[in-house]
Design a protein around this ligand. Structure first.
Ligand code: ADP
Length: 679
């Protein structure tokens, strides 16, 4: 397809498009209006960055996230692309530099915060610049009903009309309503070429655990991933602070983050997180929107998220670079009660509350799933053909039992006590435990008293939690959390339906969690050394480590161990500019001793066919340096001459002579033509 594939490898260092990217890039390159819906980490930015380079003129990128824009500009510059951004975070110098590049007509990508569109000066400037494409990131921000509405996004449609250029919109939010709004507001109601891509993130490991000793569960999980960047999400602000302290005491480099903190302190955490390797941030969901770090290696939920959409978005912050990343979500009966209460006591109207309960139910279904989690998760988003093998249930299928009788006994205990009690008291009734409360109320006289002594207290708690998870019972907001039976439970009570429950596997003590490494034991020391080298480069340049190379590229280096610059250039993520800047540094780490130093003219050809042609031309030249006889006057060709022949591949003697001149052609032309004919 087009010459775009060359740009993909030369500038970005990727040897292939990710699924779906090629079609989008082609449409955008061709100047079609496009709307692409891709999951987080799917590689959206490439879908406008590459066309921006392919097309003449300037591409304007509108994005709501300043941190993300600045990161992308830095990354583009590191790849040798002329890019700049205009945001409130700019220093005067930075802005001057952008304006100068604009005036000189050098800039290929200009990132703009939406607020800038409100200024007439900006609109005038854009009209004067040779804008040929508008790209809109996070296009769902145009939706007035969504959570992320940005009023200034409403100006983008106008801008498109006044500049009369194609527009490419990107978002990870797929629901049909939002899509409709985007088409209405950005494209004036005219349907753009639309791409809808799958929601699977195969590199993320999905796992849930019932809360047992939650703090220890999180500490264990973090311990097995020591030194890797991670996020722990908590339900409350206070908990972010206490859990961060516990992780710090356990030797992790940790910060906490929540909406109640001073904006300046929050910014410090965001910056540290994006720059440092291996920082753990313990946060409420306030942490996320402004964070764009591709090498987050794990996300843990210390409390149950609010909904399945929230869960998907939060775990989605891990592993955006495509390298393996792990997630763990803890949940317990208290979490479920808390989330239900939050909905019931919220200000939303009745219809909205019903929808919110349903979204929570979907998440609980995922938590209590008996088979593949990915199936349950993607099934919710309407996807059917799913291959997993990367979730806790695929790895270890849960032990299950027919819970119908137990559930009926529990329901009956609720009914006989008029739905006035919580799980603790109901379990005492079922197990026949005589407490003061039981005696006072005469509950030891109930027919259900003691009918459930085949399960211990913990097992009954698991049954009650799962009943909540299956939405058979709910806390009554007017009765301080007393449980009542829902309509969904009636068929089980009437013996018209059965239910399978899981036996909780209790997570055992902290006896050495399995350490998660990204490469085999054999390659692990090399990966650490490569990371250290990366850190040195990053610190010297004052940029985040992943701007140098992302984890996936480093892992491939550790596994393939390239021995030469040619091999190095074939590693995914290594483009021409990075090869030149960092190739030798990393090769020295991999190969211990000093690696060969290539002539700059030869280095430019590294990794491609022209590189090996160059080497063979050089051999031929060395062979013939003193003629066939070996006694003639020595003649040589310069490195750039050889590179020119390797690149332009002159077809015949005349063309060859034009490059070499008569004297050199006499000596080398035949041999060189032979080399070219063979390759
Ligand atoms: P998002 O869709 O969330 O905006 P990004 O554009 O940030 O995703 O891309 C996520 C990661 O995927 C980045 O680290 C990027 O370098 C990488 N990536 C994008 N396209 C490719 C590709 N064709 N091959 C390999 N890695 C890619």
């Amino acid at each position: 397809m087009l010459d775009a594939t060359n740009l993909l490898s030369d500038v970005f260092g990727f040897d292939a498009f990710r699924p779906g990217q090629a079609e989008i890039v082609e449409a955008v390159c061709n100047g079609e209006n496009t709307l692409a819906i891709m999951p987080t980490g799917g590689g959206k930015s490439l879908c406008f960055q590459l066309p921006a380079l392919y097309r003449d003129g300037l591409t304007v990128v509108i994005s709501p996230l300043i941190a993300l824009m600045r990161d992308q500009v830095r990354a583009l510059k590191a790849s040798g692309v002329s890019a700049g951004c205009l945001t409130s975070g700019n220093t005067e110098e930075e802005s001057d530099e952008v304006f100068a590049a604009l005036r000189a007509g050098e800039l290929k990508l200009l990132y703009l915060a939406p607020e800038r569109l409100a200024k007439t000066a900006t609109q005038d400037m854009l009209r004067r610049a040779n804008v040929t494409l508008i790209a809109v990131d996070e296009a769902h921000c145009v939706s007035q009903w969504g959570h992320d509405f940005r009023p200034d996004y409403l100006r983008i449609g106008q801008l498109r009309q006044s500049l009369q250029v194609p527009l490419a919109a990107f978002t990870a939010t797929a629901d049909a309503e939002t899509r409709q709004e985007i088409v209405g507001r950005l494209f004036d109601g005219e349907q753009p070429t639309t791409f809808l891509h799958g929601f699977d993130r195969p590199n993320l490991t999905l796992a849930f655990q019932a809360k047992n000793s939650p703090r220890k569960q999180i500490l264990d999980f973090a311990d097995a991933r020591r030194g890797q960047s991670g996020i722990v999400y908590c339900g409350t602000r206070a908990k972010t602070e206490s859990l961060a302290r516990a992780l710090t005491e356990d030797g992790h480099s940790t910060c906490h983050y929540h909406g109640g903190m001073d904006p300046e302190d929050r910014r410090v955490v965001e910056t540290r997180f994006s720059r440092e390797d291996g920082l753990v941030v313990v946060a409420t969901i306030a942490f996320g929107m402004g964070v764009d770090k591709p090498d987050v290696r794990w996300v843990a939920h210390a409390d149950l998220p609010k909904s399945i959409e929230g869960y998907y978005q939060e775990i989605g912050r891990a592993g955006r670079d495509g390298a393996p990343a792990d997630t763990l979500t803890l949940y317990g009966a208290d979490d479920i009660r808390f989330r239900r209460q939050q909905i019931d006591e919220g200000l939303a109207d009745a219809e909205r509350k019903i929808a919110d309960h349903a979204r929570l139910n979907a998440l609980l279904g995922l938590a209590e799933a008996l088979t593949c989690r990915r199936d349950a998760l993607l099934g919710y988003f309407g996807e059917t053909e799913i291959t997993c093998g990367n979730c806790d249930l695929c790895e270890t299928p849960p032990k299950t039992f027919d819970g119908t009788t137990h559930v009926r006994k529990a329901l009956s205990a609720i009914l006989r006590t008029d739905a006035w009690f919580g799980a603790g008291h109901l379990i005492d009734i079922l197990r026949g435990t005589t407490t003061d409360k039981i005696s006072q109320r005469g509950h030891d006289q109930l027919p259900t008293f003691g009918v459930g002594d085949d399960l211990d207290k913990r097992e009954w708690q698991a049954v009650f939690r799962q009943m909540q998870g299956h939405d058979l019972i709910r806390p009554n907001p007017d009765r301080h959390g007393a449980l009542f039976m829902t309509d969904k439970a009636r068929p089980i009570l009437k013996d018209e339906a059965s239910i399978t429950l899981r036996r909780d596997t209790i997570v055992k003590g902290r006896s050495g969690p399995r350490v998660r490494t990204l490469v085999s034991d054999e390659d692990a020391p090399l990966l650490s050394a490569l990371k250290a080298k990366r850190r040195a480069f990053a610190e010297a340049q004052g940029v985040p480590a992943y701007i140098i190379f992302n984890d996936k590229t480093l892992i491939e280096m550790a596994e393939k161990r390239p021995a030469s610059l040619d091999d190095f250039a074939r590693i995914s993520g290594v483009g021409a500019k990075k090869l030149q800047n960092y190739g030798k540094g990393f090769l020295d780490v991999i190969n211990g001793a000093e690696t060969e130093t290539l002539h700059p003219a030869r280095r430019k050809l590294a990794g491609g066919n022209a590189g090996s042609i160059y080497d063979r031309l050089l051999d031929a030249q060395n062979r013939l340096k003193t003629g066939e006889s070996g006694f003639d006057k020595p003649i040589t060709c310069s490195a750039s001459l050889l590179a020119k022949i390797a690149e332009t591949r002159p077809r015949d003697r005349t063309a060859m002579t034009r490059i070499l001149g008569d004297r050199r052609a006499d000596r080398f032309a035949d041999a060189f033509l032979e080399v070219l004919a063979d390759s």
